[in-house]
Design a protein around this ligand. Structure first.
Ligand code: NCD
Ligand code: ZN
Length: 367
């Protein structure tokens, strides 16, 4: 007999990009619409959230846009983060520090090159219980044989080294995409967790090569890598959990046109498509649909609620269950900011975000 209803206590998204300005106005309320009670918010704004006060005021601005959602803040690992700043942030309720290796993804120009200089910061984080969130890729460098396909595997020695030096520091390897990463996290101690996105449970290389809508960092890898991600979720391993890495970009940045970039020459010479996949507004039904597709619906609660909440020490509030019912529902073609509804789709300034799997059917919806 197949199940027609599934309930999960207070789903939480442990890695989400909620942006600023009009984009934020559009998508911050989508966290709740997508079935999440809690959002752990990434700091790669422009400029980045690089100290305690900025993180606290960013969280306040999100709370004003979506008062029913619990937002937890992070800061961007960089020179402003001293041990004192960590202690100040901890006292303001900021929960983590995100590290981006330089140049590997959206707004990572101020990312880090070497971890050793941050050891005093990691020590203060260990003391205050703050979490280190790692974007686990090294920058591409053809002279060293590094490209987007092996950038994650080549990063894992950094994770192992930091964990060995700071065994009590909670570390999350974010958005793992490879069998190598899954095996590495399995091997390490209880203080090391790992987020897995729903889109990486579905995509492989062929799905993004030539298709900007499925392009994100780290890129989806081989069928065997995807199998490893599915296996660890199907197993319900307690240190693997949902971080959607939902990362909206305006359609004009995903599919730039010569007109939006300036000249045809500039367009061809310099313009790439933005990295990031948008899932916030459809997240819980998407997770249920994808987990069921590989026989893991019975691990939905572990994936979207129990495991991440246990790792971060944020138990689900009483009476906070969300119920899904089996029903076919079509994913919208796009989400458009109300101020931009009158503009034509060709207008490059129109703020519209096309979600993952736009136009496809999900098999679950929020009851
Ligand atoms: C993210 C973004 O757009 O902010 N993009 C992405 O492809 N995942 C940045 C990130 O988390 O790497
Ligand atoms: Zn991200």
């Amino acid at each position: 007999m197949s199940t027609d209803r599934v309930s999960v206590p207070a789903p939480a998204d442990w890695h989400v990009h909620l942006r600023q300005g009009e984009m934020s106005e559009l998508i911050a309320p989508h966290v709740k619409q997508g079935g999440m009670s809690l959002a752990y918010v990434m700091p790669n704004l422009s400029p980045p959230v690089s100290n305690a006060e900025q993180a606290a005021s960013y969280i306040k601005s999100l709370e004003a846009l979506a008062p029913e959602t619990k937002f937890l803040g992070t800061m961007y690992l960089g020179p402003e983060l001293t041990p004192d700043e960590i202690r100040k942030a901890a006292s303001l309720g900021i929960r983590g520090v995100k590290s981006y290796p330089r140049g590997v993804t959206t707004n990572s120009d101020s990312g880090i090159e070497d971890y050793d200089v941050y050891y005093p910061v990691f020590e203060a984080m260990e003391e205050t219980g703050m979490v280190l969130n790692l974007h686990g890729e090294v920058p591409s460098d053809a002279s060293k044989g590094i490209c987007v396909l092996n950038a994650e595997a080549r990063f894992l020695s950094h994770l192992e080294k930091i964990h060995a030096r700071f065994p009590r520091l909670r570390i999350v390897l974010e958005h793992a995409t490879t069998r190598a990463a899954v095996e590495c996290v399995r091997r390490l101690g209880d203080t090391v967790g790992c987020t897995i996105t729903p889109h990486h449970l579905a995509l492989i290389v062929d799905d993004w090569a030539g298709r900007p809508i499925n392009f994100c960092k780290p890129v989806a890898k081989t069928p065997d890598d995807r199998d490893a991600l599915q296996e660890v979720i199907r197993e319900g391993h307690p240190r693997f959990f949902l971080g959607s890495d939902s990362a909206p970009h305006p359609l004009a940045s995903k599919y730039p046109s010569p007109a939006s970039v300036g000249s045809t020459h500039d367009f061809v010479a310099s313009c790439g498509c933005a990295a990031g996949i948008y899932t916030s507004a459809i997240l819980l039904p998407l997770c249920a649909t994808i987990l069921e597709s590989f026989g893991a619906l019975d691990k939905l609660e572990a994936y979207v609620s129990a495991n991440g909440r246990a790792f971060y020490g944020e138990p689900a509030p009483a009476g906070s269950e969300i119920t899904l019912r089996r029903a076919s529902s079509k994913i919208p073609d796009a989400f458009v900011h109300p101020k931009h509804e009158d503009k034509s789709d060709a207008d490059a300034t129109k703020l519209q975000v096309v979600p993952f799997w736009a136009g496809r059917e999900l098999t679950w919806e929020i009851a």
